[in-house]
Write a protein that binds this ligand. Sequence first.
Ligand code: ZN
Length: 256
Amino acid sequence: MSPPVVPAPFNPARLVSEFEESARLHGFRVERFGEIDGCPLIALTKRTPGPRPRVYISAGIHGDEPAPPLALLRLLQRGFFDRRAIWFLCPLLNPTGFPRGTRENVDGLDLNRDYRQPKSGEIAAHLRWLETQPSFDLGLCLHEDWEASGTYLYELNPQQRPSLAELIITAIAKRFPIDQAESIDGRPAHGGIIRPDGDPATRELWPEAIYLRAHHTTLNYTIETPSCHPLEDRIAVQCLAVETAVSGLVKSLDRR
Ligand SMILES: [Zn+2]
């Protein structure tokens, strides 16, 4: 079986300008770190002086996964990105995938396997930008899965920091289904949580999360919402996952 091909319910260039406009309104710095097919690749950063956790969030790396960028835009417009943290957002990494509704970019490359020796302009540019950024206290990679029956997540937590996985899943489970399969994508899962073991750095093709684990953050979550569910629900789940992860992180750092 292959995923259904559904063009995104938005125009990428228009969505990017909505991000830029809203980001400026909410005190973000807007950077264009590349351009693909006339659509800018953007990063939005917002720093508040004083000790704050650094939170990185990316979305839109797979063109058949529209809920994550739409959720980020909603959070931005709602004023969610406040003074609690220093924010680093890359909201739409694969602009050419969305009009076609394909996981891959226009050249057929899966951008989320391109972080070791990048072949795509998108990820080469993203890596150049990431290399100029500090380390992050939390990384969130927002995704969707067309084969899932509910939401699930991957946790990369090599230093055994306080986990946010149960917190995120519990918050979502109050209102939305969790994928309860014991094996997801060939990996053992427990109540919607996958903790890949072994050193993922030995993998030949690097997803973004593995790159982040190797170079940028000791705590990373990949959130996966089920594409077969209504878009509005998936957007709500993505928002809830981000909100819960951030408030959990802030609380766990306050306790130290
Ligand atoms: Zn994905």
